[in-house]
Design a protein. Structure first.
Length: 119
Protein backbone atom coordinates (compact mmCIF):
# COMPACT_ATOMS: atom_id res chain seq x y z
CA UNK A 1 0.00 0.00 0.00
CA UNK A 2 1.02 3.60 -0.46
CA UNK A 3 2.85 5.17 2.44
CA UNK A 4 4.10 8.71 2.87
CA UNK A 5 6.18 9.28 5.99
CA UNK A 6 7.19 12.78 7.05
CA UNK A 7 10.08 13.57 9.35
CA UNK A 8 12.19 16.51 10.45
CA UNK A 9 9.70 18.54 12.44
CA UNK A 10 10.49 20.01 15.82
CA UNK A 11 10.58 23.02 18.11
CA UNK A 12 12.68 25.95 16.90
CA UNK A 13 13.00 29.66 17.51
CA UNK A 14 11.89 32.39 15.15
CA UNK A 15 14.49 32.89 12.43
CA UNK A 16 15.72 29.30 12.56
CA UNK A 17 15.58 26.74 9.77
CA UNK A 18 14.21 23.23 9.45
CA UNK A 19 14.24 20.67 6.67
CA UNK A 20 11.28 18.34 6.38
CA UNK A 21 11.49 15.06 4.49
CA UNK A 22 8.77 12.83 3.13
CA UNK A 23 9.66 9.29 2.10
CA UNK A 24 7.24 7.58 -0.26
CA UNK A 25 6.69 3.87 -0.88
CA UNK A 26 4.13 1.72 -2.64
CA UNK A 27 3.79 4.02 -5.65
CA UNK A 28 5.81 4.99 -8.71
CA UNK A 29 7.09 8.19 -7.16
CA UNK A 30 8.26 9.77 -10.40
CA UNK A 31 4.69 9.64 -11.77
CA UNK A 32 3.33 11.97 -9.09
CA UNK A 33 3.60 15.64 -8.40
CA UNK A 34 4.18 16.18 -4.70
CA UNK A 35 2.85 18.81 -2.38
CA UNK A 36 3.31 20.09 1.15
CA UNK A 37 0.37 21.35 3.16
CA UNK A 38 0.01 22.56 6.74
CA UNK A 39 -2.72 22.91 9.30
CA UNK A 40 -2.50 25.14 12.34
CA UNK A 41 -4.76 24.65 15.38
CA UNK A 42 -8.24 25.94 14.68
CA UNK A 43 -7.47 26.68 11.05
CA UNK A 44 -8.15 24.99 7.75
CA UNK A 45 -5.49 23.05 5.92
CA UNK A 46 -3.34 25.35 3.80
CA UNK A 47 -1.34 24.70 0.64
CA UNK A 48 2.38 25.35 1.12
CA UNK A 49 4.20 24.24 -2.02
CA UNK A 50 4.13 21.82 -4.93
CA UNK A 51 6.74 20.30 -7.20
CA UNK A 52 6.08 18.62 -10.53
CA UNK A 53 7.24 15.10 -11.20
CA UNK A 54 9.53 15.47 -14.21
CA UNK A 55 10.80 19.00 -14.78
CA UNK A 56 10.72 19.74 -11.04
CA UNK A 57 8.85 23.01 -11.49
CA UNK A 58 7.96 24.44 -8.10
CA UNK A 59 4.96 26.44 -6.93
CA UNK A 60 5.22 27.95 -3.44
CA UNK A 61 2.37 29.71 -1.69
CA UNK A 62 2.74 33.46 -1.37
CA UNK A 63 2.97 33.11 2.39
CA UNK A 64 6.20 31.11 2.15
CA UNK A 65 7.72 32.40 -1.10
CA UNK A 66 11.35 33.34 -0.61
CA UNK A 67 11.59 31.41 2.68
CA UNK A 68 10.55 27.81 1.87
CA UNK A 69 11.93 25.65 -0.92
CA UNK A 70 10.43 22.38 -2.09
CA UNK A 71 12.63 19.81 -3.81
CA UNK A 72 12.59 16.12 -4.63
CA UNK A 73 14.91 13.22 -5.27
CA UNK A 74 13.18 10.67 -7.49
CA UNK A 75 16.00 8.17 -6.95
CA UNK A 76 15.26 8.24 -3.22
CA UNK A 77 11.46 8.55 -3.53
CA UNK A 78 11.68 11.56 -1.26
CA UNK A 79 10.38 15.11 -1.28
CA UNK A 80 11.82 17.83 0.92
CA UNK A 81 10.73 21.17 2.33
CA UNK A 82 13.55 23.49 3.34
CA UNK A 83 12.14 26.12 5.67
CA UNK A 84 14.22 29.19 6.43
CA UNK A 85 13.50 32.34 8.44
CA UNK A 86 10.75 30.57 10.32
CA UNK A 87 8.05 32.64 11.97
CA UNK A 88 5.66 31.79 14.82
CA UNK A 89 2.82 31.82 12.29
CA UNK A 90 4.50 28.88 10.52
CA UNK A 91 3.59 26.71 13.50
CA UNK A 92 1.45 23.84 12.21
CA UNK A 93 1.35 20.17 11.40
CA UNK A 94 2.99 19.73 8.00
CA UNK A 95 1.76 17.06 5.62
CA UNK A 96 3.12 15.79 2.34
CA UNK A 97 0.78 14.48 -0.34
CA UNK A 98 1.00 12.86 -3.77
CA UNK A 99 -0.98 14.36 -6.63
CA UNK A 100 -2.52 12.62 -9.63
CA UNK A 101 -2.15 15.17 -12.41
CA UNK A 102 -5.09 13.92 -14.46
CA UNK A 103 -7.52 14.71 -11.65
CA UNK A 104 -5.44 17.26 -9.72
CA UNK A 105 -6.47 15.38 -6.61
CA UNK A 106 -4.19 14.39 -3.76
CA UNK A 107 -5.31 10.86 -2.88
CA UNK A 108 -2.30 9.97 -0.76
CA UNK A 109 -1.27 11.74 2.44
CA UNK A 110 1.28 11.30 5.17
CA UNK A 111 0.53 11.37 8.88
CA UNK A 112 2.10 14.78 9.40
CA UNK A 113 4.99 16.21 11.38
CA UNK A 114 4.69 18.98 13.95
CA UNK A 115 6.60 22.22 13.47
CA UNK A 116 6.52 24.69 16.35
CA UNK A 117 8.20 28.08 16.09
CA UNK A 118 8.62 30.06 19.29
CA UNK A 119 8.97 33.84 19.33
Amino acid sequence: QVQLVESGGGLVQAGDSLRLSCAASGLTFSNYAMGWFRQAPGKEREFVARISQHDFSTYPADSVKGRFTISRDNAKNTVYLQMNSLKPEDTAIYYCAAQILATRNYPYWGQGTQVTVSS
